[in-house]
Ligand binder design. Structure first.
Ligand SMILES: NC(=O)c1ccc[n+]([C@@H]2O[C@H](COP(=O)([O-])OP(=O)(O)OC[C@H]3O[C@@H](n4cnc5c(N)ncnc54)[C@H](O)[C@@H]3O)[C@@H](O)[C@H]2O)c1
Length: 324
């Protein structure tokens, strides 16, 4: 099997590529423009790397030649970023996705698994959120993801390209970038606590999320690549539970043996209040059940950040001491 992972140098894409590379006989290529992805995320992986932009149709067409399955992860991820620059988010996430689909169509790729987002549901009162609910996107980011979903379904209906839409709910794990101004909440908490600063919470901290360890998302992607009745489907990928930000912070601090009071800031526009997934469709169509619990995933993640950020600060100290 020949696989292409767009956005494969990013957080989730690198975990998918790593798992695919472990499978026997798999030929894995990553296409990434390294805008938020990092070379160190894929260091040592037996994969081919193409540095290109998904908006470059010619490059994507070349990269999809002879490919059986595309895992389309490349996107500009943050809600906040999309509010600041909606045109750019649209270009990358919506037009970029259309170009990836078109390249797949031209090359008769069998299946494309699309990384969509729980943000397409918006701020509904109904919990858990299930796939039959009408979408109600609150941000340009959510709109671009919804457009990607529509294009996916359309390419399945019009051209027979098997597309599977996975709606991820707040993914976390090793390699999630803590440095970007658009970083997600878990790496931000860890970055603050390990740097001796107060973690910041937008709003009262009682908002909830269905935090999902990255290993579970990889599992769903691998299953979606071959599942018999998955083509044309939209499928939530999550744990089916929810935790408040205050509870999350408490768990992270417990793991670190710390107790630091958070700094509360004004709520951000575009953020939803509560999020929890119904995961029955994933169970039925993909045979999915979250293998890694929130608690175990968090432990693994905290250990990784302590190790990695510790190494980075030792390297910086060494550099300073040696004057290089
Ligand atoms: N992390 C989450 O909680 C979450 C939740 C829902 C959906 N998703 C979706 O999952 C996917 C992966 O997210 P992530 O958290 O790993 O983010 P990430 O930023 O770590 O990864 C995105 C990757 O895409 C690459 N990329 C961006 N624009 C590109 C372009 N124009 N051409 C080629 N490559 C480009 C980046 O360099 C990066 O490697 C995204 O599609 C995102 O919308 C993520």
């Amino acid at each position: 099997m020949k696989y292409l992972v767009t956005g494969g140098a990013g957080f989730i894409g690198s975990h998918i590529a790593q798992q695919l590379a472990k499978q026997k006989g798999g030929d894995v290529t990553i296409l990434d423009n390294f805008s938020t992805g990092k070379h160190e995320n894929i260091k040592g992986l037996p994969v081919n790397v193409i540095e290109a932009d998904i908006r470059d149709l010619e490059a994507v067409e070349k990269a999809t030649k002879g490919v059986d399955v595309v895992f389309h992860q490349a996107a500009l991820c943050s809600v906040e970023r999309s509010i600041q620059n909606p045109l750019l988010s649209h270009e990358v996430n919506a037009t970029g996705t259309l170009k990836v689909l078109e390249a797949c169509r031209r090359n008769q790729v069998r299946r494309l698994v699309f990384a969509s987002s729980s943000s397409v549901y918006g701020d509904t009162e109904v919990l858990p959120k299930h796939e039959k609910m009408p979408p109600s996107p609150l941000s340009p980011y959510a709109i671009t993801k919804l457009m990607g979903e529509y294009y996916c379904r359309n390419f399945w209906q019009n051209y027979g390209l098997e597309t599977v839409v996975l709606r991820y709910f707040n993914v976390f794990g090793p390699r999630q970038d803590p440095d970007s101004e658009y970083a997600a909440v878990i790496p931000k908490f860890l970055d603050a606590l390990l740097g001796g600063k107060a973690p910041r919470i937008y709003g009262d901290g009682l908002q909830t999320r269905d935090f999902t360890y990255v290993g579970n998302v990889v599992q769903a992607n691998i299953a979606a690549a071959t599942a018999l009745f998955a083509a044309g489907e939209i499928i939530n990928v999550a744990c089916g539970d929810r935790w408040s930000l205050l509870h999350l912070l408490n768990c992270v601090e417990k793991e670190l043996g710390m107790d630091v009071a958070p700094e509360f800031l004004e709520p951000r526009s575009g953020d939803v209040r509560h999020s929890q997934a119904a995961i029955e469709v994933a169970e039925t169509i993909l045979g999915y059940s979250p293998e890694v619990s929130f608690e175990d995933g968090l432990k693994e993640t905290v250990e990784w950040y302590v190790r990695t950020l510790g190494q980075q600060s030792r390297a910086a100290e060494f550099k300073q001491a040696s004057g290089s």
